[in-house]
Design a protein around this ligand. Sequence first.
Ligand code: F6P
Length: 343
Amino acid sequence: MFRVGVLTGGGDCPGLNAVIYGVVSRGLQYGFEVWGIEDGYKGLLSGRVKKLEIEDVKDVYWLGGTILGTSRKNPAKSEEELKTAVENVKKLGLDSLITIGGDDTLGAAKKLYERGVPVIGVPKTIDNDLPGTDYSIGFWTSVQTIAESLDKLHTTAKSHKRVMIVEIMGRYAGWLTLMGGLAGGAHIILIPEKKVDIDEVCRIVKERKERGEPYTLIAVAEGVTIPTTGSLVVASAEKDEFGHVRLGGVAKVLEEEIIKRTGIEARSVILGHLQRGGTPSAYDRVLGIRLGYKAVDLVKEGKFGYAVVLRGMKIESVKLDEAASGLRKVPEELHEFTNVFTY
Ligand code: F6P
């Protein structure tokens, strides 16, 4: 029996279970056995797997998170672990491996492929910062959550005539902040791709007040560098296995700066992991199932070393090299949308 292994790595996001559903459903159609690897690469290194049947996925494809569990374990951290990961694929009798994850997971998948593991990647991250795919799984659900959160913050900010600064995830890319801020009507949108001018932010805040606009809502990306700090604001400088620090706190720094410079009352909010939780949108469910199908189609064709991606309306495949070739930032032609509600 041909065995397909599937794992989810990195931060979770809504839509992962839909991909897993697609993989299991398509796999069973082809007569494959599908084995779920628990907790991402951590489970691969310790050989923790379970066989997946349609019963395991049919009632959960619409749930957020991942039924397989996830981790930020890097199997390529050392040559020894990489060797163990490759050996375990063989020991577990897996004829192919589908890894669902962001840049770290896909980058590690590429290394496994280079060591002879038949791998297919599926891009996911709420950050939407992966090259090769138009949108990654989880992004639009997260944008919806951000927009709904901003809707709520408008009413409290307006009632208290305050400046409200909302910190949004996304690491070094501003996709979530731009699209979430746009959908939620943020008056000022600050993204890592565009230099922040605090004097200008304070000028807009004051000018709005003078014009009789009682409040200002600011959406700020966690990965923004503001001139007063000159560097990223981190919640913890400790690095994970892929070398990432934990970003967090830039909204608070901005809050203090705005109060100091304008004398206007301000509050900051970190949306945090609320943005990653919850049930996937219809869009992410459908995209997830389609990507899962395509991943297994590539397995059937024996076309390994590829990632399945969304290009326009189509699900296509690109080499893992391309899918894991660094971060995709918000392009300049979209920067003007940071100012849509600045009136
Ligand atoms: O990469 C996805 C992401 O949600 C980032 O936007 C965020 O900075 C990070 O993960 C948070 O990671 P953790 O769940 O480890 O706190």
